[in-house]
Design a protein around this ligand. Structure first.
Ligand SMILES: Cc1cc2nc3c(=O)[nH]c(=O)nc-3n(C[C@H](O)[C@H](O)[C@H](O)COP(=O)(O)O)c2cc1C
Length: 364
């Protein structure tokens, strides 16, 4: 895509989209200047609004741990335009950043927005806006009738660029149906968020994985999914070396290191805290994706330095859709693009392979 719009113009436009989002999303989301989980902590018992589970600590800690990492600068070098191009799933992207899957926002409030309860319009804006800016979007999953086929439809219009993330439904027919729909839509990849087994409690108020109709998967079951998908598969919700090693046995293309934005557990480690050791262990066998608290190009840089191949951003992309639709998503992606390019130049990284572990300082 054309990345000629300058950073100030992008920032101004983005601020206007944030303002527009604020008008519709308050009080569910205050569209804070810093999206760090503080203002939405404990706001409402239904954690799948914009906040996170319980006291929001899983969200707050993910944000804060990443913010606490510092970047080493080196400004004496040849002048160059940092190259952020990356190949993933056999496709080329302008930057190693994607919109993380966010399904329907559950709230008792009604938003005065064309995207409220219109998942097809929401996915359309997200998929096309990210694609237009040289990135990509992943999509969430939900039980509602018509939800899944409707939201994956726009992927066909952008050459298959999009990653539907299928919940590990206990009802295998539900799961298999989604795999088939994805194949028919020609998606470039699929994912499954295994940590969704922690969501049942929040949806229904009852303890137990089956409440949301999802259940755990073992290595053999995941192997079957990889086979049936026929395209690269990413396993989402990996937060330990133990689970990553098992994921590597499945034949998956990659893992998404994620604590579901703090939605499934209050006391998890921050995703950025586990990226380095997981990537050291399985980075040769699997692509490493990571999300959680990423809010800027500098945050993307930190995740890459710790060992991620590409980085996801969740809530801010939702705000971008509600504030500016397709152009909101493209503008937000462009903002991250400029910020990553800027920090790469300051840290003397001509291309993504130069973003190595030595470039960041982690003091815990
Ligand atoms: C409201 C909401 C809905 C979400 N829905 C899904 C989903 O359907 N599938 C999924 O894999 N992850 C889902 N997630 C988790 C995100 O994909 C992602 O891991 C998380 O938002 C990243 O953290 P961040 O928002 O701090 O960037 C959801 C998160 C939120 C806040």
């Amino acid at each position: 895509m054309d990345h000629s719009t300058n950073y100030s113009d992008v920032l101004l436009k983005y601020a206007q989209y944030q303002e527009a989002a604020r008008k519709v999303l308050v009080p569910s989301c205050r569209v804070c200047k810093v999206c760090n989980g503080i203002a939405c902590a404990g706001r409402y018992t239904n954690a799948l609004e914009f906040g996170a589970k319980g006291n929001n600590l899983g969200f707050i800690h993910a944000y804060q741990a990443l913010a606490d990492i510092r970047i080493e600068l080196d400004v004496i070098h040849d002048d160059y335009v940092p190259d952020m191009n990356i190949e993933l799933f056999g496709r080329q992207f302008d930057l190693p950043v994607f919109a993380s899957p966010i399904a329907k926002i559950l709230t008792d409030y009604t938003f005065d927005s064309p995207f409220f309860n219109n998942n097809d319009a929401y996915a359309d804006a997200l998929i096309k806006g990210a694609y237009q800016a040289g990135g990509m979007a992943w999509l969430g999953d939900n039980k509602a009738e018509g939800y899944f086929p409707g939201q994956i439809a726009p992927i066909q219009e952008v050459n298959g660029v999009g990653v539907p993330t299928i919940k590990p439904w206990a009802d295998r027919a539900e799961f298999d149906k989604r795999v088939q729909w994805c194949r028919e839509a020609g998606v470039m990849a699929m994912a499954t968020d295994l940590d969704a087994i922690g969501l049942g409690y929040q949806y229904s108020g009852k303890v137990g994985a089956k409440n949301e109709g999802v259940c755990a998967r073992n290595v053999d079951e995941l192997k079957d999914f990889v086979q049936a998908a026929g395209v690269p598969v990413v396993i989402k919700g990996i937060m330990s070396v133990k689970a990553a090693v098992k994921a590597a046995e499945t034949g998956a293309y990659g893992i998404l290191i994620s604590n579901h934005g703090g939605n499934v557990v209050e006391s998890s480690l921050a995703p950025c805290d586990v990226v380095e050791e997981i990537s050291r262990e399985v980075g040769g066998a699997l692509k490493i994706f990571a999300d959680g608290g990423v809010r800027s190009g500098e945050d993307v840089f930190k995740m890459l330095a710790l060992g991620a191949d590409a980085v996801g951003i969740g809530r801010p992309y939702t705000v971008a859709v509600y504030g500016g639709g397709l152009d909101g998503v493209a503008t937000y992606t462009q903002k991250i693009y400029w910020e990553l390019q800027n920090i790469m130049r300051l840290a003397n990284c001509a291309s993504l392979v130069d973003i190595t572990r030595e470039k960041v300082i982690v003091r815990r």
